[in-house]
Ligand binder design. Structure first.
Ligand SMILES: [Fe+2]
Length: 124
């Protein structure tokens, strides 16, 4: 059961990313309906990812993506994402692309806060 559930979990994660990517590139007369429908599908799949992983944990099984070092990994990833977002912000400012610069401000705030919160968890 653990092997099959882990395969399902991995397939759901892949499908989530596929649907999200596809919805960015939709075109044509049905754009609004399809964009919304794809968002609904990947939202449902995100819930299923969580549902399958938590179901495994309830059964004493181990989702492969679970790690004892989860917070260390997340903190490292968030720090890297913060650096990336800051670099995009700097480029957008240099090129006067204000919509992107403003969007990056939101993400800078998000990752600063996330870094602080995850960092607090690691301070035992
Ligand atoms: Fe969207």
């Amino acid at each position: 059961m653990e092997k099959e559930l882990n395969k399902l979990l991995a397939d759901l994660v892949v499908e989530y990313h596929k649907l999200q990517s596809f919805h960015w590139y939709l075109k044509g007369y049905h754009f609004f309906d399809d964009h919304k429908k794809f968002e609904e599908y990947y939202g449902d799949i995100a819930d299923a990812v969580d549902g399958v992983a938590e179901n495994m944990l309830k059964l004493g099984l181990k989702p492969e993506s679970t790690s004892e070092e989860a917070y260390e990994i997340i903190l490292k990833d968030f720090k890297q994402l913060l650096d990336e977002v800051k670099a995009v912000k700097a480029l957008a400012e240099k090129d006067d692309v204000y919509v992107t610069s403003n969007l990056m401000d939101d993400y800078i705030e998000m990752f600063y806060k996330a870094n602080w919160m995850v960092g607090q968890v690691l301070k035992k």
